[in-house]
Design a protein around this ligand. Sequence first.
Ligand code: SAH
Length: 256
Amino acid sequence: MQTVRAKKSLGQHFLKDLGVARRIAETAPAGRVLEIGPGMGVLTQFLLSNPQIQLTAIELDTESVQYLHEWYPELNLIEGDFLKLDLNKLYPDGDFCVIGNYPYNISSQIFFKVLDYKDRIPVCSGMIQKEVAERLASGPGNKSYGILSVLLQAWYDIEYLETVPEHVFAPPPKVKSAVVRMKRNTRTSLGCDEQLFKSVVKAAFNQRRKQMRNSLQQLAGKNNPILEENIFTRRPEQLSVEEFIHLTNLLQSCQN
Ligand code: SAH
């Protein structure tokens, strides 16, 4: 069978470097693993050969699905869109890990979905755009620190494992890539309202150059005296996860 023709709309850049593929596969712990976007299976082959792993893969591209059926008939493969996949149906209970050389065009959405299942996903790892990897892993004061950094770091320890150059993909993407691993930390609750925490982080970073006094005015209610507190004179990029939690509790107290 012919190889799969790369489609831009699906973010298809097939990895050619088997060393990188093997190292990504090695980030998966034993147990149930869901691979997103296996493509032609470069990563899949290493996951399948690990007897400790129970692998399921989901692929949106029909042509890739046919290819995978032919080359990896033993693979438990779902044809469909990960973003629409009902994970509670696939895994009614228990933990599972998520892995992939991800479609870069939807990587943020993938991570927001992982966050929705954070208590059942102990590890999420794989390859993404380098810029996004830096954002996930960076801390306060760093210019790439943003919404996903705070929301993910609240629940996961994030490791930047390696940078991967453009030329090991076919076709080469326009950007560099990086391998990351996120491991669930020990936090069981935020100590504040989770929904409000998300809204606060999003509202603050939507105007990242402004003091939070301005960007959080809507959430607090205009002229709310709480906005006089010192923390509101700061910019979101300076705040740690703990400080965002504190901020959320301040806003919560005036919403009651
Ligand atoms: N893992 C392969 C392919 C990476 S390219 C490799 O390393 O070579 C990204 C893959 O994700 C493509 O195969 C693409 O078809 C698939 N994909 C894109 N959007 C998807 C979605 N919403 N759900 C599942 N797979 C998707």
